[in-house]
Design a protein around this ligand. Structure first.
Ligand code: ZN
Ligand code: ZN
Length: 303
């Protein structure tokens, strides 16, 4: 699984930073979290292609998080994109698309489903799900997480040999959780040769939000936490007034949640130099990175 920070500015873009968008790429699928203006060109620059795009989640109705949808959908239609895309977002998104069709004559030529983004698990696949929880901001807004399913425990080859299981397809059936029967009639259950189930990966995306300690359980143990960081601490008052948070506050959340890595994004256009944000966050949570456009983070398994 890898995470590409397509756009990392908050509110307005800068020559170096595009508006918010994050791509999660795993197992041949691409999930887009937010779609700020210029997301399609960022995808082109990064060379990750549109073909795998299957889901888009819009966290809230502010323009910086959805202004890229129109251009992206025009391009997908022109490219003859065929894979269905499911778009999750605030209720007003439905009206937005009705208007695009009616008033701008934008015809989406690929199968597009629009679903209202609700709290809890909103998309369930074989090996992962997506979940959302509401966060305090100046418009109703959702934090989103991708949670993979637990993985089977490690296969104990010595134990399998001791039990006289012949090497080959039976190993793989046990690994996939199947009880097998040997030629001599003995039945072997997966628990006899597999260790404890192993933790799967979690990526949490928390933007836009006021400093919100209530989000800690949602971020708990995440392998990657992408958190907004509109301001540095000297602007804390401004952050509170505009329902955003500071780099230090984001780092405090990361520390309390015991995440593995923190990526700060949605940085105000005022910060040409992001060093102050990095410094104050790292003083609290050393594994902090300030996202730059097109930066990529690999999310490895922990074992
Ligand atoms: Zn924003
Ligand atoms: Zn916002």
């Amino acid at each position: 699984m890898r995470v590409v920070m397509l756009g990392t500015s908050g509110g307005q873009p800068t020559p170096r930073r595009s508006l918010p968008a994050v791509a999660i790429i795993r197992e041949g699928e691409m999930i887009l979290l937010d779609c700020g203006e210029g997301t399609q060109t960022q995808i082109m620059k990064k060379g990750i292609g549109f073909g795998r795009l299957s889901k888009i989640v819009i966290t809230h109705i502010h323009g910086d998080h959805l202004s890229g949808l129109m251009g992206l959908f025009m391009t997908l239609s022109l490219l003859g994109h065929e894979k269905p895309i499911r778009l999750y977002g605030p209720p007003a998104l439905l009206g937005f698309f009705t208007s695009l069709k009616r008033d701008i004559n934008l015809h989406v030529k690929f199968p597009l489903d629009i679903e209202v983004l609700k709290q809890g698990v909103f998309a369930r696949e074989n090996d992962y799900h997506l979940e959302a929880v509401s966060v305090p901001h100046s418009a109703p807004c959702m934090a989103v997480a991708l949670q993979e399913k637990m993985r089977p425990g490690r296969f104990n080859i010595e134990r399998a040999r001791e039990l006289g299981i012949p090497e080959g397809p039976l190993y793989s059936r046990l690994q996939h959780g199947e009880t097998i029967t040997l030629d001599d009639g003995r039945r072997i259950s997966p628990a006899e040769v597999l260790g404890e189930p192993r933790k799967a990966r979690r990526v949490a995306y928390v933007t836009d939000t006021l400093y919100n300690p209530a989000i800690v359980p949602f971020c708990r143990d995440a392998d990657l936490l992408i958190h907004e960081s509109m301001f540095a601490t000297d602007m804390e008052h401004e952050a509170r007034a505009r329902k955003h948070c500071t780099a230090a506050q984001a780092a405090t959340i990361a520390k309390a949640a015991g995440v593995r890595k923190l990526v700060l994004t949605h940085v105000s256009a005022r910060y040409l130099d992001t060093d102050p944000l990095r410094k104050e966050a790292r003083a609290i949570f050393p594994e902090t990175y300030i996202a730059r456009d097109l930066m990529e983070f690999e999310v490895p398994y922990r074992d």
